[in-house]
Write a protein that binds this ligand. Structure first.
Ligand SMILES: Nc1ncnc2c1ncn2[C@@H]1O[C@H](COP(=O)(O)OP(=O)(O)OP(=O)(O)O)[C@@H](O)[C@H]1O
Ligand SMILES: [Mg+2]
Ligand SMILES: [Mg+2]
Length: 281
């Protein structure tokens, strides 16, 4: 079996995957798409599996497209990356499947966004459909703040960033929940506690990981959300709503798992490599 590890920037996660591939004596190449071009060429089909780990969503998406064209199994697939990489496309599939999401309105102009703010009511969350690490996820407390967000977004070059997901602010617990699914298995979940001077729980913003008892409802909603988008190795952000219970905030196709490993003690790269060995060798 031969594995391609597709990266752009090597984080601690990718270092751990490499370490595990070495320990398990798997034949692999690291392909840095920030440096190497990817040809549509049958020779690329020498790999059985490509683990797609680029930080940039478009690099991941296009790399999986090229690998899939020559029959390589990609984790995740281009279908999964294109859905999970865009929060509106994700919500579309979740909502259709009856999975609870935050009450959300999509608006595609400044005027439509002002109407969406009025309909949701303040305080509210406004975030673009693409992005990670909490960037541009905004807490809008009143009309003046909203107008500022709208103006700033209009100045950005990328059309997707001018689209707004306006949603209810779910703040009943001072935390959110992050779960990881691999194949059909829920690896686990942990809580990310919101640090002082923040309202977001991302580990990248100082969110503090702690362990969590996973009840049946959480397990069910996480597995269902992953399966609705056919996710093979994905992370799931869950918010706790006072009346609706668990609500899916988003899915991520290139899970970061430093915080998860710290809180759960579960060795994610080992699970990943074992999963690949048992399914693809
Ligand atoms: N509707 C909401 N209500 C309350 N908090 C929210 C809401 N949406 C986002 N947040 C907070 O902001 C954080 C970042 O938002 P979100 O997960 O949507 O963005 P992201 O940039 O894709 O994050 P990630 O780094 O997990 O990919 C969430 O983890 C949560 O703490
Ligand atoms: Mg995300
Ligand atoms: Mg998130």
């Amino acid at each position: 079996m031969k594995v391609a590890l597709v990266v752009d920037i090597i984080r601690q996660e990718e270092k751990l995957i490499v370490k595990t591939l070495n320990e398990k004596q798997i034949n692999y190449d690291i392909i840095n798409v920030a440096q190497e071009p990817l040809p549509f060429n049958r020779a690329l089909g020498r790999y059985d599996v490509a683990i797609i780990r680029a930080i940039s969503m478009y690099r991941s998406l296009y790399a999986s497209a090229v690998f899939e064209s020559v029959g390589v199994h990609t984790i995740n697939s281009m279908e999964v990356i294109s859905t999970a990489g865009d929060k509106i496309l994700t919500y579309s599939k979740l909502y259709k499947a009856g999975i609870p999401i935050p009450d959300s309105i999509i608006s595609m102009s400044p005027d439509a966004t002002l109407k969406a703010y009025e309909q949701i009511g303040y305080p509210l969350i406004d975030k673009p459909p693409i992005g990670s690490w909490g960037r541009m996820v905004s807490l809008v407390r009143d009309l003046f703040e909203g107008k500022t967000i709208i103006e700033h977004r209009e100045m950005l070059g990328n059309s997707a960033l001018k689209v707004h997901i306006v949603q209810e602010y779910i703040k009943d617990k001072n935390r959110d929940i992050r779960c990881i699914v691999m194949g059909k298995e829920l690896l686990g979940c942990y809580a990310r506690n919101i640090p002082a001077n923040e309202w977001r729980a991302n580990v990248a913003l100082g969110g503090n990981p702690s362990s969590l008892v996973v009840d049946d409802k959480l397990k069910e909603i996480a597995l269902k959300a992953a399966s609705v988008i056919n996710g093979e190795f994905i992370s799931i952000d869950v918010l706790e709503h006072s009346s609706k219970g668990y609500v899916i905030n988003e899915l991520n196709d290139t899970p970061e798992f430093k915080g998860f490993m710290l809180a759960t003690g579960i060795n994610v790269p080992e699970k990943l490599v074992n999963y690949i060995i048992s399914n693809f060798s």
